[in-house]
Design a protein around this ligand. Structure first.
Ligand code: GLN
Length: 487
């Protein structure tokens, strides 16, 4: 039945011209919007989705926005893609992203940067700002109404940061809840497929259709753990029901309000907190003391895992191949590796692979990689200490009864930054600036927790601000309920 359904349905149509024009201005989709149609019945019927270009699709190339995969067409669909189609969704195309998901501004892409559609007026870009990264194409496609929802991936904030910059909703689910089978790995212990849409209701629809155990993903949370988490969270689920918040305790982590935070962002968060309190929620100041080490630990762990994952693109086993010039060297194989990888990978990916390889080398392993793993444990323990919902992943889950149900903090330290010019003299300093953008989002990634950014007003410059809700592992629904009250 499935085969019969897929066969004649797998036709690519052209969409109308104005959609094409918008896309050519903001560069959110890697090809002109087209559509892969699906059966019209199902929980996702009527929804048009874009899929980040590091998620395998049979109908479109999967390039990961890298030259090294520019001609790669997957022979299979990722589990999430099959679930979308089986659920009745229509897929409009692949979304631009930072190369292999590495970046915060969607400027490291073989397809070019994604321009934030918030700067679009009457079909023209009046202000060229970043759509955020790495799932910038997914967020921009949603914000520009090229689709109703989009799949992104979030390793350290790549769904939440673009959602915040583009003024849409972005959910990173609990780690292991949505299948990663067919999703190109960046850092396996952190990678999650996430959902972006204009509202929480649509995010929930897509999330619920995808949050299914998949035996092909070895890191998928087993059904037993899902049930345990559901049981532990269920008790608290009436909090946030129908917008009445009596009994809901919201933690405000002090470490998420650094002095660098723009004043207008603090003011927006304060306004939202006052609103939540007036609806009956109790606001509780909390401390997550290991937060200050999270960014460094994240970049060591994610780069180490990336250096191992990306070793397969060598011009021999996998990916494009660049032959060395004739007579270049006796050691031909090593030369193919070097030429292929130097030309196939962009600068940022090369930087991460060098950093990761160094962190895993005998001299640095103890001081960098193991130390980062220790920090990761401390960060998880910080979260477990503040939530009243026990962590279903712990062997004997317990939690303080006076703890909080969710945490709330700004999603980013600023509104969307300007896109760097072609010959920006500050290119190097902007690399560090880009890493700092993730300071609010990486702790939840290291702990594998569900986190959602929802639009929370406008900054002093009039650009969107995002507010993040973070919950205990497996409490994705509770996070969405609180997000729904804020939006
Ligand atoms: N910006 C972070 C990085 O560059 C996060 C990326 C992601 O979540 N895919 O690694």
């Amino acid at each position: 039945l499935l085969l019969a359904r897929r066969g004649p349905c797998s036709i690519l149509h052209r969409r109308h011209a104005s959609t094409r024009t918008v896309n050519s201005v903001i560069n959110a989709l890697t090809s002109e919007p087209s559509s892969l149609c699906a059966p019209s019945a199902g929980p996702l019927a009527g929804l048009r989705l874009a899929v980040k270009d590091n998620i395998c699709t049979k109908a479109w190339p999967t390039t990961c926005s890298s030259k090294i995969l520019e001609n790669f067409k997957s022979p299979f669909d990722a589990t999430v893609v099959s679930l979308l189609l089986d659920g009745g969704a229509e897929i409009v195309g692949k979304a631009n992203c930072d190369e292999f998901g590495m970046g915060s501004l969607n400027i490291h892409s073989s397809h070019g940067p994604v321009v934030n559609p918030f700067g679009l007026h009457n079909g023209e870009i009046v202000e060229r700002r970043s759509a955020g990264g790495s799932s910038g194409g997914s967020a921009a496609a949603v914000a520009a109404h090229l689709c109703d929802a989009a799949l992104g991936t979030d390793t350290g904030g790549s769904v939440r940061l673009p959602a915040s910059y583009c003024g849409v909703v972005g959910l990173k689910p609990s780690y292991g809840i949505i299948s990663r089978w067919g999703v190109v790995s960046f850092a396996d212990s952190l990678d999650c497929v996430g959902v972006l849409a204009q509202d929480v209701h649509t995010v929930r629809r897509v999330h619920n259709a995808l949050a299914i155990y998949d035996s092909r993903d070895p890191t998928a949370a087993p059904s037993r753990i899902r049930e345990k988490a559901a049981q532990l969270c269920r008790r608290h689920l009436e909090q946030g029901q129908d917008g009445a918040l009596n009994g809901l305790r919201i933690g405000i982590p002090q470490e998420y309000f650094p002095t660098e935070l723009q004043d207008s962002i603090v003011a927006s968060v304060q306004r939202i907190l006052a609103q939540l309190r007036s609806r009956g929620a109790t606001l509780v100041p909390v401390s997550l003391p290991s937060t200050r080490y999270a960014l460094s630990a994240y970049y060591v762990i994610s780069s180490a895992e990336a250096s191992s994952n990306l070793a397969r693109y060598d011009g021999i086993e996998c990916g494009m191949r660049v032959e060395p010039p004739p007579g270049a060297d006796l050691v031909k194989t090593a030369n193919v590796y070097a030429h292929t990888r130097s030309l196939g990978f962009g600068k940022e990916v090369q930087r991460r692979m060098l950093l990761g390889t160094y962190a895993l080398s005998a001299d640095a392993f103890e001081n960098y990689f193991l130390q980062a793993q220790r920090v990761r444990k401390l960060i998880k323990a910080d979260f477990d200490r503040v939530f009243c919902v026990p962590n279903a992943l712990n062997s004997s889950p317990s939690a303080p009864s006076e703890g909080v149900h969710v945490l709330l903090h700004p999603s980013a330290i600023q509104t969307a930054p300007k896109l760097p010019g072609q010959d920006d003299a500050n290119a190097e300093s902007s690399t560090l600036d880009a890493y700092v953008q993730d300071v609010m989002t990486v702790p939840a990634s290291l702990a594998g927790l569900p986190a959602m950014s929802v639009p929370g007003g406008q900054g002093a410059d009039g650009w969107p601000i995002g507010v993040s809700v973070v919950g205990q592992w497996g409490c994705d629904e509770l996070v969405m309920r609180v997000g729904e009250v804020i939006e």
